[in-house]
Structures are given as C-alpha cells and as structure tokens.
Design a protein around this ligand. Structure first.
Ligand code: NDP
Length: 237
C-alpha cells in the first residue's frame, strides 16, 4: 500500500518524458491512472498496456474537449498537468500563431483543467502543475514566451490554492530544470551551456521529478499549497 493506492489520477501529457515517468510512478504506487497524449500513439499504447493505465487522445489546446473529457471521466483525486510545449526562437520572427498555441497548452489548459477537475474533486485532492525553473531564471535568449507561460503557473497555483483550500485541495507547481527527455536530451547540443548555470552539473532524471510529484500528491504534503518547488540542480539558485 502507498498513499496513491486506489486513487484516480489524471495526467495531462503522459505519453513520453516526464509524463510517462509520472504514469509509471503512480501506476506502480497502485493508482488508477488516465493519461492524455496527442501525437505519440505507439508510446501511449505501449505505456497503457505496460502499466494497466488508460490512454486518452486529447489535445490540451482544445478547451471544449478538455473540459468535456474531465467532466465525463472524473472525479479525480489527483490532477497533474504535465503537457507542455517549448517554443524557442527570436521573438521578432516567431509566428504569433505558434506563440498563441504555446500559451493555450501551457497556460489556458492548466487553468481550465484545474477548475474543471476541482468541481468534482473530493476533499483533500491534489492539483500539480509541471512548470519550469525558467519561471525564475531565463539566462538564455529565445525563451520569453516559454518563461512567461511557466511563470503564469505560479500565480495560478497561488490563486487556486486560496479558492480550493477550504476543501483541503492543494495546488502547487513543480519546476524542473534541465531534465533528460526528448524535449531536452542529456546529450543535446546545449548540455554544457545549461550545466554551466547549475550547482549540480547534470540533467535531472524524469523519475526524480515523478518522485517529487508523488510526495506532493500524498498526505505528508497536506499543508503545502500555493507553492512552487524547484528540482533543478540549483539552476535558479
Ligand atoms: P516532452 O516533449 O518529452 O513530452 C511532452 C509530453 O506532453 C508528451 O507526452 C506529449 O504528448 C504531451 N503533449 C504535448 N503537447 C500536448 C497537447 N497539446 N495535449 C496533450 N499532450 C501534449 O516533454 P518533457 O517530458 O520534457 O516535459 C514535460 C513538462 O515538463 C512540460 O510541461 C515541460 O515544459 C516541462 N519541463 C521540461 C523540462 C526539460 O528539461 N525536459 C524542464 C522544465 C520543464 P504527444 O507526444 O503524444 O503529443
């Protein structure tokens, strides 16, 4: 038995990377996991089979579908909003449609998913956003839109923590630093530059992020709310 045993957990964006590590962690801990994906059909199917979880094709940018799916498949005791996209580039030449889509996935979707989940969420539920250390420190060019989106999650968590606190529901942000996934491979071309900003010079493992989320989802974290917890090897220190 673990604190997650028997809980219904929804992970937005679970087919790869940190999201897949979250699916594995919560499934191993005995939770009943549903996760969403968009493009990675094969990995999603494989992961669902491996972990006896449920994979749902759902684009976080589609607000109506997102709200409808949560209303239909809830109540969930734990919501983790992991789905996120990285758009990097010169703000003067980036396509404004791409920026708006980034904001839809990284900001609008967490808000609507959190509110819709909270409607049915039982007392003591957990809402966890996967933010980024770039909310606190962006020491490279080209990351303004991404950093903006991750900083927005901090304000969102603080506000919703107040709204849902009377029901014992906590709302927090977990802020990874460079983490070894398709988005940011440990052996990628920016490795040395990113490590130069860190106190501990290596990429975080997706399982290490999942462990922090699992703790926040458990009873020991009942009084942690409205917080942003970094797991970034000191990137923002
Ligand atoms: P990946 O790109 O490796 O994986 C992203 C996951 O999100 C995939 O499962 C993808 O599904 C899903 N996803 C993307 N867009 C959507 C969408 N519109 N609707 C539903 N699901 C979607 O990313 P990471 O695992 O690296 O990142 C996960 C989170 O952690 C993100 O929010 C990211 O910003 C954050 N983060 C990552 C860091 C890193 O260094 N890796 C550092 C700091 C924060 P599919 O492939 O099926 O489309």
């Amino acid at each position: 038995m673990t604190p997650s045993t028997g809980k219904k957990v929804l992970i937005l964006g679970g087919s790869r990377g940190i999201g897949a590590a979250l699916v594995r962690r919560f499934s191993r801990d005995g939770a009943q996991v549903t996760f969403t994906f968009v493009h990675s059909h094969e990995s999603a199917d494989r992961l669902a089979r491996e972990t006896s979880s449920t994979a749902l094709r759902l684009d976080s940018a589609d607000r109506t579908a997102l709200i409808g799916a949560i209303a239909k498949s809830g109540p969930f005791e734990v919501l983790v909003v992991n789905a996120g996209v990285l758009g990097a580039g010169d703000p003067l030449t980036m396509n404004p449609d791409d920026i708006d889509r980034l904001f839809q996935i990284n900001i609008h979707a967490p808000y609507h998913a959190a509110v819709e989940s909270a409607r049915q969420m039982p007392e003591g539920g957990r809402i966890i956003f996967i933010g980024s250390t770039n909310a606190d420190r962006t020491p490279m060019t080209g990351l303004a839109a991404y950093g903006t989106s991750k900083a927005a999650l901090k304000g969102m968590a603080k506000g919703l923590a107040r709204d849902f606190g009377p029901r014992g529901i906590t709302v927090n942000v977990v802020q990874p630093g460079p983490t070894d996934t398709d988005m940011n491979p440990a052996e990628g071309p920016l490795k040395d530059l990113m490590h130069s900003f860190m106190a501990i010079k290596r990429h975080t493992l997706d399982d290490e992020v999942a462990a922090m989320v699992a703790w926040l989802a458990g009873p020991e974290a009942a009084m942690v709310t409205g917080a942003a917890m970094s797991i970034d090897g000191g990137f923002a220190a």
